[in-house]
Design a protein around this ligand. Structure first.
Ligand code: DC
Length: 219
């Protein structure tokens, strides 16, 4: 069974998806890590961002293994390397690439097949798992999201002024919303949940009861 959590950067998806999976005894799949790994690989190998064919070939050739504990690229632990600002700033070249999206959606379906998963991303309820048992779209105000992002960066030793975090977030939102495939949009049958003024634990509580209610009404 698959439960999808989509939403913009900084809405708290990762922590919430991880926490919800733990409560339900499900596994957790971070699909953003897959896009990050391809962007990191392209950066490392010096592939030109306008070379669509080379990017697609690269995505096909590397082995991406995303588990709850770590992210492996051809066996190398890239869990931290894929989360730098440098990678974040180029990720749209990969996320906007229809061929790479198709490949990664296939990988996501293979990863989740036959298991119980909470998957997290932008297009999980709309493209990757349109028949998911339960779909959630997490939101939060731009200011709240930027505050969280700034804290995350700080925790990794990367300082950035709040206004700059907010500006970059707006640019990323714009791109996420407007990409021709896999754009950030709530599935029609998704439950919209705001994380503003709520602790992660409160949001996980809310989602746990929402999911249990929805699953009970379907059975
Ligand atoms: O969730 P994240 O910040 O780690 O995601 C990194 C980028 O990958 C983000 O800018 C959007 C993209 N992404 C996507 O296009 N589709 C997904 N399912 C997950 C992430």
């Amino acid at each position: 069974m698959v439960i999808t959590i989509d939403g913009p950067a900084g809405a708290g998806k990762s922590s919430v998806a991880r926490g919800l999976a733990k409560r339900l005894g499900f596994r957790f799949l971070d699909t953003g890590a897959m896009y990050r790994t391809v962007a990191y690989a392209a950066m490392k190998r010096g592939i030109r961002w306008d070379d669509d064919a080379a990017l697609a070939e690269l995505a096909r050739s590397i082995d991406i293994d995303v588990s709850e504990e770590q992210v492996l690229m051809d066996g190398e632990d890239v869990s931290s390397a894929i989360r730098t600002m440098e990678v974040t700033s180029v990720i749209h070249y990969v996320a906007d690439h229809p061929g790479i999206r198709e490949l990664l959606v296939e990988l996501q379906r293979r990863c989740a097949s036959g298991g119980d998963f909470v998957t997290e991303g932008r297009d999980q309820g709309t493209v990757a798992f349109p028949d998911a048992a339960c779909k959630i779209f997490l939101t939060a105000s731009p200011a709240e999201r930027a505050r969280r992002r700034q804290k995350d960066l700080e925790a990794r030793g990367e300082e950035m002024a709040f206004e700059e975090v907010l500006k970059r977030q707006e640019e990323r939102d714009e791109r996420d919303r407007n990409r021709p495939v896999g754009s950030l949009v709530a599935a029609k049958d998704a439950s919209l949940v705001s994380t503003d003024h709520h602790s992660m634990e409160q949001v996980i509580d809310e989602l746990e009861s929402l999911v249990k209610k929805q699953l009970a009404s379907k059975s």
